[in-house]
Design a protein around this ligand. Structure first.
Ligand SMILES: [Fe+2]
Length: 610
């Protein structure tokens, strides 16, 4: 029985195909349309899912939509009426899309897919909760969801047991941890819905000097983690901005313009809101543990992409184990609704096939996400044809050679575009569409930020490490397959700083190597770790293993294969275009090795125009 899940019309539209409870395919629309965070109906992603499943839309048993548009519309109307007439501009801006599309979702689904059957809806946080629990490795667990807002809920918690998932409590709009964080992303000059990640990365450069002010003026944070925002300082209910002039007065000035330089003030604001968010997340987690008595926790919702907060929940020992849905944002809702229909609505048991106990050699525990490698893949033949038709020079390696050749290339301080197997579902690259480099290199962070990603120099990079070597480098006990847990670098791996280095503040901290793996060690000695297991992504595991054999270091840099402002690459053509546009030294697609020096000088991206 095939069920297609859809999330759309807010941000990060996506589709997911579930067959008899197994996740067959999932992808975000942006990867196909090349429009970052594309919120349109995910026609291309749905097409891909059906194709991967070898079916057409008429063979679908059900289609599910990840939230309830009428409830959302009701929230919009009620909020408008509560603030009228001042909310008129927001109301008028939102209305055409609602009248044209959002209220007619079953019709749109039927038309776009050519589908005649029934369309089912789950509530937004039910979708997040289902995406958190059902694919997890746990038979029984507490579930916590946190985001900006769904219909009314901004956070929810509950318990999953077997194939049953029950939500026990909710926090409601406008009181929202996600919207509070987005308010600070907006105020510090980043885009909401995507810039939150940058705020988190900026936080370690700052001091928490605004924490008391935030807790005194902006939010009433209760011991159970619930919160009430002081709406006098926010504008999102009635206006087109997140914060208002009172907020500006409170923090001493207008919001930073997006391309204006970052100052210590933005860093201190970032640190302060990050600290407050972590405190709220910890309180919520403790409350949920107390109420449910569960030992394990599943997380989803946009706030669960705050991997620093996730890492704290794990380290505080509130739960024995924490699992986070890799597509924690709204894209994951497509997966959540499909699984909720299969298990909660159609009453089907969960498969125990993959939920095995820990592998003794690698310490890996499997979940049902298949490493989140759920997107399109391209065969050797397809890649060869692509290269040959365009006369692109390459060297073809054997499968055995590839990890060893690439390991040597990395050890020689080259930066490599790495394109293997099925594309990742969710915002992080996990070794299928990644840019990789040597984590031991002192110059790699600035080379990769400025010459390849064309982005802010403060942005940290993340390490991929062999799962069995995790304890040698990081203070983390457990899997982190989706790069959603931040952990401290072990003392033994850190480097002592000179007295002068200790005094540095703000971005000057960047220039000091802090560990044996400086390229992935943030200024507060933290790292956003990805543990790599052989069963999820064999070739990526073999590559890091070969790098370890060559250098004695089982850690490499892993960042997403894209440049600033673009979605992660999907096809060989996207990958080649990105390779030629940036200062990437090599591109490896399956077993084809492309050397930048061997590429014809005239073949810039225009070479792909024909
Ligand atoms: Fe959400």
């Amino acid at each position: 029985m095939d069920i297609l899940g859809i999330s759309a019309f807010y941000h990060d539209s996506a589709a997911c195909l579930v067959r008899d409870g197994e996740i067959i395919a999932a992808a975000q629309e942006e990867r196909f349309t090349r429009r970052k965070h594309d919120a349109n109906f995910p026609t291309r992603a749905a097409e891909y899912c059906l194709q991967q499943g070898g079916i057409n839309a008429s063979q679908l048993a059900d289609v599910g939509f990840y939230d309830k548009p009428l409830m959302k519309f009701e929230r919009l109307l009620e909020t408008y009426l509560a603030y009228a007439p001042v909310g008129l501009r927001l109301y008028l801006k939102a209305m055409p899309l609602w009248l044209k599309e959002k209220l007619w979702i079953p019709d749109i689904i039927k038309k776009e897919l050519g589908y005649e059957g029934q369309v089912l809806f789950t509530e937004h946080h039910e979708s997040h909760a289902a995406s958190a629990f059902y694919p997890s490795p746990f038979d029984e667990a507490a579930v916590l969801t946190m985001d900006g807002v769904g219909e009314w809920a901004t956070s929810s918690y509950g318990v999953g047991r077997g194939h049953r998932l029950e939500l026990l409590g909710e926090l409601h709009f406008p009181h929202s941890l996600g919207l509070l964080y987005s308010g600070f992303a907006y105020y510090t000059g980043f885009r909401i819905n995507s810039g939150e990640y940058k705020v988190m990365g900026l936080a370690p450069y700052g001091e928490p000097r605004y924490v008391d002010l935030i807790l005194k003026e902006l939010i009433d944070l209760k011991p159970d983690g619930s919160l009430a925002l002081n709406m006098r300082y926010f504008n999102y209910c009635q206006g087109l901005t997140m914060t208002n002039s009172r907020f500006n007065e409170l923090f001493g000035g207008a919001p930073r313009k997006p391309e204006a330089p970052l100052t210590q003030r933005e860093m201190d604001l970032a640190r302060s809101i990050q600290d407050v968010t972590e405190e709220a997340m910890l309180r919520m987690a403790r409350h949920v543990q107390t109420i449910t008595g569960q030992k394990k926790l599943c997380l989803a919702g946009g706030v669960a992409l705050n991997c620093v907060g996730n890492g704290r929940i794990l380290r505080e020992g509130i739960f024995e184990n924490v699992w986070i849905q890799p597509a924690a944002g709204d894209a994951g809702g497509a997966l959540g609704v499909a699984l909720a229909i299969w298990h909660n609505y159609l009453d089907n048991e969960r498969s125990t096939k993959d939920r095995v106990t820990e592998d003794s050699a690698t310490h890996c525990r499997a979940d049902q996400m298949k490493g989140s490698l759920l997107g399109p893949e391209y065969s050797e033949d397809e890649i060869k044809t692509f290269l040959d038709v365009r006369n692109i020079p390459y060297k073809q390696l054997t499968r055995e050679e590839t990890p060893h050749v690439v390991a040597q290339i990395l050890a020689d301080e080259n930066v490599v575009g790495w394109f293997q197997g099925r594309m990742e579902f969710g915002p992080r690259a996990l070794g299928a569409r990644s840019i990789i480099g040597d984590a031991r290199s002192e110059r790699m962070q600035s080379v990769m930020n400025l010459k390849i990603k064309y982005r802010e120099s403060f942005r940290p990079f993340a390490p991929s490490i062999l799962r069995e070597r995790l304890g040698d480098y990081f203070e983390l006990d457990g899997d982190s397959p989706y790069m959603l847990l931040v952990a401290p670098v072990r003392e033994e791996v850190r480097r002592a700083l000179s007295a002068d280095d200790e005094q540095l503040s703000g971005l000057a901290k960047l220039s000091v190597p802090r560990s044996l793996i400086p390229a992935v060690t943030h200024v507060d000695y933290s790292a956003r770790v990805q543990t790599v297991c052989p069963q999820d992504n064999p070739i990526y595991y073999q590559l890091i293993k070969a790098f370890d054999e060559l250098t004695g270091c089982p850690v490499i840099i892993n960042t997403s294969f894209n440049v600033r402002g673009e979605p992660i690459v999907c096809t060989p053509e996207d990958a080649y275009r990105c390779f030629m546009r940036t200062e990437l030294d090599y591109l490896v697609m399956e077993n084809f090795l492309l050397d930048k020096h061997a590429q014809p000088a005239t073949m810039d991206e225009g070479g792909l125009a024909n």
